[in-house]
Design a protein. Structure first.
Length: 402
């Protein structure tokens, strides 16, 4: 490993203090969950030894004996036990799981069936320990950390529906396949518009919906699954571009995420109309809340475009509150606009248009009428939407101008 990667690893590898904290939290949970024939253990990247420093999320698996709990509501059984000792939030998923806070960490306690083979799984989460076993077997922890850190810096990490990037498990599989970070970067830089990784016969057997992503990656644990099915083309291309950039000129900056800055944004677009909104999300599961924020961002953009505002770019950043921004032309819209009607050969439609618009005219064999715009300023239009649009009110808690 070269000096640059050694330097990165020193920053991203969890310290002894961090590891000790996680072990103390885990021991506390293990000792307080009392369920017959259920085993509590660390899961996710913590169990795989692929987690990054300053990551405050911990996955804990509660593995219920398959024979005794096969047809039982293990989520409700776990909830009853957790409520005796912890303040918890029940999160809804394909199988409900639980969230609690301790010592600055967010812990997700996940009920799963303790199965001996993948085919016994009743839920996708039942397969999680097999993922752990696969990754641990190859002992690529530090190389995986480098890959994850690189992808985080490029803002293409995370398979949540509002991100649709590379999941931690996908990056673990790819690092195992390619062997190390440098090989990963070299291979990714050569990816084409559509990349297939895995047995060709297994790829052919995947149903159509599993082959829509730009990367088809056969899960080594569950060969009937494309592990990268959540990935979108934007994040796929981001990683390819970043890999090429790294090969051309390796730098520590490739591992440092650019923090969102309103000042930089305002300076960059000082010659444009910049509309910035601060958005309070609803409470709930982060993936669901994030998806609603993204839908609201896109909905406002769609409304701006449909009302003839020239929108050149829009994006968002999200920590506790979300920031939406829209880049538009500085010039206001004209007070009037041309409203196009039906072709003159369509006699019935023209008659209906005439009844509604008495002063219509003809141009290029189409009817049209000049009408007054309701809004010529994008800020006033967005204010109107925030106040009156039920769709926005249903998706987020509060929207205000920043």
């Amino acid at each position: 490993m070269n000096k640059l990667l050694d330097e990165v690893l020193k920053k991203i590898k969890p310290s002894k203090e961090e590891i000790s904290k996680v072990n103390i939290i885990l021991d506390n949970i293990v000792n307080k969950i009392k369920i017959s024939k259920a085993k509590v253990e660390l899961g996710g990247s913590g169990a795989k030894d692929t987690w990054l420093s300053n990551t405050n999320d911990i996955d804990v698996y509660v593995k219920f004996d398959f024979k005794n709990y096969n047809n039982k509501d293990i989520s409700s059984i776990l909830e009853k036990s957790l409520k005796n000792n912890f303040k918890i939030i029940r999160l809804h998923g394909s199988r409900d799981y639980f969230q609690l806070k301790q010592k600055g960490f967010t812990i997700e306690v996940i009920p799963i069936l303790n199965i001996k083979k993948v085919s016994e799984a009743k839920n996708i989460t039942d397969i999680s320990p097999f993922h752990v076993k696969f990754v641990k077997k190859h002992k690529k922890g530090d190389q995986i950390r480098l890959v994850k850190s690189f992808c985080k810096a490029q803002d293409c990490y995370g398979a949540e529906s509002y991100i649709r990037g590379f999941s931690g498990y996908v990056l673990e599989i790819l690092t195992v396949k390619y062997g190390n970070f440098n090989s990963f970067i070299k291979n990714v830089s050569k990816w084409k518009d559509k990349q297939y990784i895995g047995n060709k016969d297994l790829i052919k057997k995947l149903n159509k919906s599993k082959k829509e992503s730009p990367l088809i990656l056969i899960d080594p644990v569950d060969p009937n699954r494309n592990a990268a099915s959540a990935l979108n083309i934007e994040n796929y291309n981001k990683l390819i571009k970043a890999s090429k950039s790294y090969i051309k000129k390796p730098s520590i900056k490739h591992f440092e995420k650019k923090e969102f800055s309103l000042d930089l944004l305002k300076n960059k677009y000082k010659n444009k109309k910049l509309v910035i909104l601060e958005v309070d999300p609803l409470k709930g599961k982060k993936d669901v809340v994030g998806a609603k924020l993204l839908k609201t961002l896109n909905y406002i953009a769609m409304k701006l475009k449909s009302n003839d505002f020239k929108l050149s770019k829009y994006d968002w950043a999200w920590n506790e509150k979300a920031i939406f921004y829209y880049i538009l032309d500085k010039k206001s819209l004209s007070k009037n606009k041309e409203h196009k009607g039906p072709p003159i050969k369509n006699i019935v439609a023209i008659e209906n248009f005439r009844k509604k618009w008495k002063n219509y005219k003809i141009k290029n064999k189409y009817a049209y009428v000049i009408i007054k715009r309701k809004f010529i300023d994008p800020e006033k239009f967005i204010k109107y939407l925030i106040k009156n649009d039920k769709h926005i009110k249903d998706m987020v808690k509060l929207v205000k101008f920043k």
